[in-house]
Design a protein around this ligand. Structure first.
Ligand code: UTP
Length: 223
């Protein structure tokens, strides 16, 4: 079997708030299983509801967008630290280059947020770009990418495979602090520009990540 370079983006909403230890353990187990098959994995963890609570608090005391983002980044790094500890990994990588270097040494690396103005979706895309990843998997709180936002449009249809251009058409737009989109618009643009493969799966069932790695039919494949 070929060894794949995999970026696994775990939504903060999947880990729960406060983080659910059962979910964290399950993901640690899945990641260990994937890496034991000789695949390398950079895990990028989001900040979830805690990040959004800190964004609200920062906003309500009158701090600017960049500072709202900075506090949310700390929340994602805290979640990344927890996932890292469950995997026995000491260091949370602080940049895509750092993550690429760490994954080369220890087969798995973990990372949270990076800088204001983006989300951890874009961090995952930047790691994918720096590493020329074979696969980016987003473990999200939906089944995949729909023709429209299913929380707003009851006629939205789940798509099983789409081109990069179609993904940009559906999800393109601008960043704002606390943005909630299945994959953020900046990330979609980067993934399309670099022609990276992305699979969006329902992260409530962590086995979906294994299915995505093994080429099974799950979620939405982009590219
Ligand atoms: P996250 O990327 O941590 O969201 O971004 P999440 O919780 O995983 O989202 P779900 O679960 O997929 O929905 C939360 C916010 O943190 C700031 C942004 O404001 C972002 O909207 N952030 C995060 C940054 O500014 N920079 C980063 O690198 C990461």
């Amino acid at each position: 079997m070929t060894s794949l370079k995999i970026v696994l983006r775990i939504g903060g909403s999947i880990l729960g708030s406060p983080p659910d230890p059962g979910v964290v353990k399950k993901y640690a187990d899945i990641i260990s299983r994937i890496s034991s098959k000789k695949h390398r994995v950079v895990v990028v963890v989001g900040g979830g509801a805690i990040a959004r609570q800190y964004i609200d608090a920062a906003k309500n005391i009158g701090l600017p967008n960049a500072e709202q983002d900075l506090i949310a980044i700390q929340a994602s790094r805290l979640n990344a630290k927890l996932v890292g500890m469950a995997l026995g990994i000491e260091e949370v990588s602080l940049s895509p280059r750092g993550a690429v270097s760490n994954v080369g040494k220890q087969q798995v690396a973990v990372m949270g947020g990076l800088r204001p103005g983006i989300t951890t979706d874009t961090v995952a895309a930047l790691v994918g770009e720096a590493w020329s990843s074979d696969l980016i998997i987003k473990a999200s709180d939906q089944h995949g990418i729909y023709t429209a936002d299913p929380r707003k449009d009851r006629y939205a249809e789940l798509l099983s495979a789409i081109s990069h251009a179609r993904a940009v058409e559906i999800l393109g737009g601008k960043h704002s602090p606390g943005i909630h989109s299945i994959v953020d618009p900046v990330a979609v643009g980067l993934i399309a520009k670099n022609k990276l493969k992305l699979i969006v799966v329902n992260g409530a069932h962590p086995e979906n990540v294994i299915k995505a790695v093994n080429g099974g039919r799950v979620g939405t494949t982009v590219g």
